[in-house]
Design a protein around this ligand. Sequence first.
Ligand code: ADP
Ligand code: ASP
Ligand code: MG
Length: 406
Amino acid sequence: MSLIVQKYGGTSVANPERIQNVAKRVAAYRAKGDQVVVVVSAMSGVTDNLIKMAKQIMPLPNEREMDMLLATGEQTTIALTAIALHALNVPAVSLTGAQAGIETDGVHSKAKIKKITPKQIRSLLDQGKVVIVAGFQGQTMEGQITTLGRGGSDLTAIALAASLKAGLCQIYTDVDGVYTADPRIVPNARKLQEISYDEMLELAGLGAKVMQSRSVEFAKKFGVVFEVRSSLNDNPGTIVKEEIPSMEDVVIRGVSLDKNQAKVTVVQVPDRPGVAALIFKSIAEANINVDMIVQNISHSNAVPLTDISFTVDKPDLLKASKVIEGLKEKVGFRQVIADEKIGKLSIVGVGMRSHPGVAAKMFETLAASGINIDMISTSEIKVSVTVDLAKGEEAMRVVHHAFLGA
Ligand code: ADP
Ligand code: ASP
Ligand code: MG
């Protein structure tokens, strides 16, 4: 007998019929004698809709109330999934994140899991029940409901798999696995049989929303091997695991496009020590993650001035702009420009370490298509550039073609 954690994303539980389909799959595993913990997301579109409603009332709603609101999405699905299992005569109990023992810090909308105490899960499993846990949510020590960032049900599943020492962790979604690029944008993308944690982490962090990047980080840290596969068929999926030497033979594992980034430019900042520190400390204190940073020096004035640009997640743009505006007197810059129309295109692969010329080939490919590069950043296993959002998908296809054929 093995303990399996299965996670079903929004499209896999999009309507009662899909939920019944999930229940059938869970029942089949249980019939084989396995213990099953099921993590479900909100039905597709529900979280977005809740956010939209709140924003209709005010643009920057209180974060505690947002978590209270968003947690309801998953709470609907757990109960419906339990009911669907009951209809198949399978004993099942639904648990909220708090009831499942998921304790987080107090950073609303992107809380980190601090500890899991799966006492109640264990005891229900021991009673022969299927346990259905609401993804994406937890509770602080003080009893406040928190959420784990968009796509956070992946994290719930992987953290539970680690905590319960599950024999198998399966992430069910609406595609057959992890592809060389988003198959909805690049029709010729291929399904990967396996991918290393580091590559998956980069792809996820750079826009391949098939896995939440924090969940992959967690999986790497605790050595949770997991499979990404479809809830709509029985095809084998993609195994995400520790790197093995042969993985370096492939130069580029995948291409991703992040349309969820925005650029903030602080214009004409006095070029003196401590200014960048002040800007990014203030941004960090507002719990905003910064990705790319570019600084240019201009010597045209008596006091050297510089432009500082950085990227943040689109939902954080308003908050980031406000934080910077608040520093205007102290820093003495000219203005803040917020640009939502950027796309971040990245190529990822551990093979980059041993194959030179990868960045040059990417830049040449974009140039040949007349696509202008704005910001650039690189790391050991990735090259990222920002381009005009309108050109993002075309850029993705030509770069995929250049490195991965087809
Ligand atoms: P779920 O609701 O199951 O969590 P998501 O919508 O979060 O599913 O993630 C699945 C989607 O991720 C797919 O429908 C696909 O369009 C997108 N995606 C982006 N990049 C990739 C990739 N490299 N491989 C597979 N899917 C990808
Ligand atoms: N429902 C949440 C979201 O849409 C969490 C998830 O689907 O994983 O982001
Ligand atoms: Mg998801």
